[in-house]
Design a protein around this ligand. Structure first.
Ligand SMILES: [Zn+2]
Length: 65
């Protein structure tokens, strides 16, 4: 038995990255599935954090996982 829900490769429509993690739902339309990184980016954008700062935050998150 395989748990395909969490190992299936998906392509993020925003950044084109192939990912296997649980997708995030885009805030833009509430239904598009995006990669976790883009989910974080959207959340940070919503907080008014600029792109450069978002990159630093994502880098920190990736290091800590
Ligand atoms: Zn993405």
């Amino acid at each position: 038995m395989k748990n395909e829900n969490f190992t299936e490769e998906k392509i993020c429509p925003f950044c084109g990255q192939i990912y296997t993690a649980r997708p995030a739902v885009s805030r833009k339309d509430g239904e598009t599935l995006i990669c976790p990184d883009c989910g974080i980016r959207e959340a940070l954008t919503g907080l008014g954090i600029d792109w450069e700062e978002q990159e630093k935050i994502l880098e920190t998150i990736h290091k800590s996982i």
